[in-house]
Design a protein around this ligand. Structure first.
Ligand code: SLL
Length: 274
């Protein structure tokens, strides 16, 4: 069998796949403490990597390794089939390392993500959440970009039988070869290909192997075009605000410089050289 790396690459093409990773945590009810759970464990939590809207992503994601805090026995947990998740109990928050392994046909190297496990309520209504013992959820949306996938992987990504029409494929431009996946590189890591892909053909059927995210949010899934649009609006507003603040600061600065200059003159100090 030829090594995956020797597989020919599909030039000029980038394919991205969205996913979410994060955790939910619930306080353990002292009256209903499950058997075997140590008395100092205050919460039960689940950490996951899954498709947006919970669709199956195992056609591109082969396995996930979750590295828990060293206080856990067998802190490296390998999950090699969906659901890619780990449920545990504990008393503290910590940073998890999440390593994504892609299907062998991809020839891609594993990618690492970091997630801060949250078990305590946070944000503006933390107090209410705490008082009502509500579950705490902390999750992030990410996109993995496969630049110039191998031919075999391209088939896998865009195939999937009946629903294959929904695949988003774009010319990757200067994506370069090497098939770098952008997951784990944080916000900055998402290359132009992902942005370009958003403008791509999203009219697919929504079934099968697709990068589509839903148009509207639901209670179960907030990652949608609608949320994206609202987020963009918020960003535009924030940029406007920052521009205003910069303007105000500039004005203050020039007034102070004028004052300084006049004081210098009054003292007979030569003007500051520009
Ligand atoms: C903290 N820096 O002090 C963090 C570490 C570790 C949490 C948190 C282990 C449970 C067990 C557990 O909850 N570790 O005993 O198996 O907050």
């Amino acid at each position: 069998m030829p090594a995956p790396a020797a597989n020919k690459r599909v030039k000029g093409v980038s394919i991205y796949r969205p996913f979410v990773y994060g955790n939910v945590a619930r306080p353990i009810d002292p009256d209903k403490r499950p058997e075997g759970v140590p008395s100092d464990h205050s919460h039960q939590w689940t950490v996951w990597v899954k498709g947006v809207n919970d669709e199956d992503i195992s056609y591109w994601l082969r396995k996930v390794q979750f590295k828990l805090h060293d206080t856990y026995a067998n802190s490296l947990r390998t999950i090699d089939q969906p659901p890619f998740e780990v449920t545990e109990t504990g008393w503290g928050e910590f940073e998890l390392t999440i390593k994504l392994y892609f299907v062998p046909e991809s020839g891609e190297k594993a990618q690492t993500l970091w997630h801060s496990l949250k078990i305590h309520p946070y944000g503006p209504d933390a107090e209410t959440q705490r008082a009502e013992r509500r579950p705490v959820i902390s999750q992030n949306y990410e996109e993995v970009i496969f630049n110039e996938p191998s031919e075999q992987f391209y088939e896998i990504l865009t195939g999937g039988g009946a629903g294959g029409t929904g695949a988003v494929v774009v010319a990757g431009g200067k994506g370069g070869r090497g098939g770098k996946a952008a997951a784990g590189k944080g916000r900055g890591g998402k290359g132009a290909a992902a942005a370009a892909a958003r403008g791509g053909d999203l009219s697919g059927s929504g079934v099968g192997r697709t990068a589509e995210i839903p148009l509207r949010s639901t209670k179960e899934n907030i990652y949608s075009r609608d949320t994206e649009g609202k987020e963009l609006d918020r960003m535009k507003e924030a940029i406007k605000k920052v521009d205003e603040l910069i303007g105000e600061e500039r004005e203050k600065l020039s007034k102070r410089e004028a004052l300084l200059e006049s004081l210098r003159k009054a003292e007979g100090v030569p003007p500051k050289r520009k």
